[in-house]
Design a protein around this ligand. Structure first.
Ligand SMILES: C[S@@+](CC[C@H](N)C(=O)[O-])C[C@H]1O[C@@H](n2cnc3c(N)ncnc32)[C@H](O)[C@@H]1O
Length: 274
């Protein structure tokens, strides 16, 4: 998600703002060394939770990179996003990868959880990768809606941006950008996406654990982007591949013990049978 901020913007939740992001998203992030390192870590989690023959719901699917990866492993995906352009990019990517029969791209905003009932019931699981959830300020309605959609015992993997990103604080502090260094502590912060300023919230792992607790048990929390920098510094990683490959290995080993700090946080939930 974009790193630019404005201290006093008129904020409006607007998933369509991400239309402007679509064309550059894969070049700027997905195909960068950093994007690939981070995504492979999430893929390891998805591979442990989902199996061929299952159907999963994806929220805020972006350009469909994860949906295609799952479909190539025989997992059907209903891939939703609030941005029409992102949904279209997912459809195109699914065609190009020859897995369109396993991917159902659908425009759906996270604010419209009431619409979830119109989707297929009893998914084997659901997930949302890289920050789509940060355009919500209340996750309980989403948790309640997902509890209706995911079968008991099904997994839910969430990868929101967290409130404490030491790299971001350090980077902007060193550059004298004090406001940006601590922007995640303002709720909501403002992110410029194309021509729009949208509100962004940074829930702690504890907050999400609590909001999902009536329906989901939290099994695991891992840092993603603790030793590795935020996505807007992907060009840095491209210039120092060996250093960041080492930091990636270090991060993989320590992620379970860093208390949910990092640019993103990977949370694994299981739909409780209580
Ligand atoms: C940083 S991208 C992540 C995309 C994708 N999950 C990935 O792993 O590359 C964030 C995505 O969230 C979507 N998004 C943001 N706010 C949303 C909302 N309120 N409802 C649905 N989608 C939203 C955007 O359109 C964008 O595709």
């Amino acid at each position: 998600m974009a790193g630019n901020t404005d201290p006093s913007p008129p904020l409006r939740i607007n998933p369509a703002a991400f239309d402007a992001f679509t064309a550059d998203y894969d070049v700027a992030f997905t195909h960068s060394n950093l994007g690939q390192m981070l995504r492979q870590r999430v893929w390891r989690v998805l591979a442990a939770c989902f199996q061929a023959g299952q159907t999963v719901l994806e929220l805020a699917c972006g350009t469909g990179e994860d949906a295609v990866w799952l479909a190539q492993r025989g997992i059907a995906v209903v891939a939703t996003d609030g941005s029409a352009e992102m949904v279209q990019a997912t459809a195109v990517k699914a065609q190009q990868a020859d897995v369109a029969s396993l991917i159902t791209p659908l425009q759906l905003s996270l604010q419209d959880v009431g619409q979830f009932g119109k989707l297929r019931h009893s998914y084997d699981g659901a997930f949302s990768n890289f920050g789509g959830l940060n355009t919500l300020d209340d996750w309980r309605p989403l948790a309640a809606a997902l509890a209706q959609q995911i079968r008991p015992g099904g997994y839910l993997i969430l990868v929101p941006m967290g409130p404490v990103c030491p790299w971001e604080i350090g980077w902007h502090f060193v550059h004298g950008e004090w406001g940006t260094a601590v922007r995640r502590l303002r709720q909501p912060a403002a992110a410029r996406i194309g021509a729009d300023l949208i509100p962004v919230w940074y829930p702690s792992a504890r907050r999400l654990r609590r909001d999902f607790a009536p329906w989901f048990d939290c099994l695991r929390v891992e840092s993603l982007g603790l030793w590795l920098p935020p996505s807007y510094l992907a060009h840095w990683v491209d210039r120092r591949p060996r250093l960041f490959a080492t930091l990636n290995r270090l991060e993989s080993k320590t992620a379970r013990w860093s208390g949910g700090w990092g640019d993103h946080v990977v949370m694994v939930f299981k739909h409780a049978t209580r």
